[in-house]
Design a binder for this molecule. Structure first.
Ligand SMILES: Cc1cc2nc3c(=O)[nH]c(=O)nc-3n(C[C@H](O)[C@H](O)[C@H](O)COP(=O)(O)OP(=O)(O)OC[C@H]3O[C@@H](n4cnc5c(N)ncnc54)[C@H](O)[C@@H]3O)c2cc1C
Ligand code: FES
Length: 283
């Protein structure tokens, strides 16, 4: 796993680097995608799975996962839900506005372990934002991976993030992309599956000896998805999870993000399941 000491430049550890919003795109009525660049035009140096601390000046900071792959150039993309004060202020901003970024912070998805193996990505709700960085990475380095599968579940078809990307991946030969929704409202013209994301796992042909699974989604999802993966013969060593905790500093100083002995901002947010399976309160 990579972490802050390896790829975060010293200038962005404690002091936000000035960035300009290049584009803001609505994903759902609650979520928007923000594309930004550093004013000094330097790359952010992130890896899929890491997060940044976003500053809105005069308001504060919030940790947000990076939703784009470093293989896509110097622009950073963030998929952000309007949840409260800071994210509400961000949602009022547009192209040309300036924000601050500290980071990237935290561990990333273990690309070294994934190389040469099959990859099964399972995400729910807002979990598609960090997963998108990994999917894009796989698209751009497709020859490095075996079979690549993406499962995504949202509450309703309207709640799905990155609908255009999902449609593109569903058409692509490079990725086996399967989506489901918890429920369909009367007005939905949804032709896909209805039911919890766990129902997408039993029909899959998984070679558990050469598959790495990655799970990112709401806390309620993990236990049931992990149980289905165990049914397929997968072990905790071959399952990667990303955990979200309240964070302040992002660099292991304040203790806000601890789960027993683990610092979610430094030891995580990306963990092997074997690292956290016995840790109280982790899952
Ligand atoms: C590693 C990490 C990655 C994240 N990635 C994303 C992302 O890609 N997209 C996204 O939309 N959100 C993400 N979040 C959650 C995001 O940080 C919070 O929604 C944000 O901090 C809320 O800030 P606010 O000032 O708008 O809300 P506040 O006014 O501070 O609070 C509004 C509500 O949000 C809750 N909240 C505050 N902080 C967090 C938190 N850290 N985790 C969960 N709930 C919180 C509060 O309890 C409250 O209910 C991530 C969180 C972490 C720790
Ligand atoms: S957020 Fe401060 S120690 Fe992790």
């Amino acid at each position: 796993m990579c972490n802050v000491s390896q790829n975060t430049k010293a200038d962005s550890l404690y002091r936000p680097v000035l960035c300009r919003l290049e584009a803001v795109r609505e994903l759902t009525p609650l979520e928007k995608n923000f594309s930004l660049v550093r004013l000094d035009a330097e790359p952010f140096g992130h890896r899929p799975g890491q997060f940044v601390q976003v500053s809105v000046f005069g308001i504060g900071e919030a940790p947000i996962s990076v939703a784009s792959s470093p293989t896509r150039g110097p622009t950073l993309e963030l998929g952000i839900r309007k949840a409260g004060t800071l994210t509400g202020a961000l949602h009022k901003m547009g192209p040309g506005d300036e924000i601050g970024i500290r980071g990237p912070f935290g561990t990333c998805f273990d690309l070294e372990a994934m190389r040469g193996n099959d990859l099964l990505m399972i995400s729910g709700g807002c979990g598609l934002a960090p997963m998108r960085a990994l999917v894009q990475y796989c698209e751009d380095r497709r020859q490095e991976f075996g079979k690549v599968t993406l499962l995504y579940g949202s509450k309703t078809p309207q709640d799905a993030l990155y609908k255009e990307d999902l449609a593109h991946w569903a058409r692509s030969d490079a990725i086996d992309c399967r989506c489901t929704v918890d429920e369909v409202l009367n007005c939905d013209a949804w032709q896909g599956k209805v039911g919890l994301i766990t129902r997408l796992i039993p029909p899959l042909e998984i070679d558990h000896k050469k598959t790495i699974a990655v799970i990112v989604g709401p806390p309620v999802m993990y236990k049931f998805v992990i149980s289905e993966l165990h049914n397929k013969g997968m072990t905790n060593d071959d399952i990667i999870v990303s955990l979200e905790r309240h964070m302040k500093c992002g660099v292991g100083k304040c203790g806000h993000c601890t789960i027993e002995h683990l610092y979610c901002c430094l030891d995580g947010p990306v963990f092997r399941l074997s690292q956290v399976a016995g840790v109280k309160g982790a899952l």
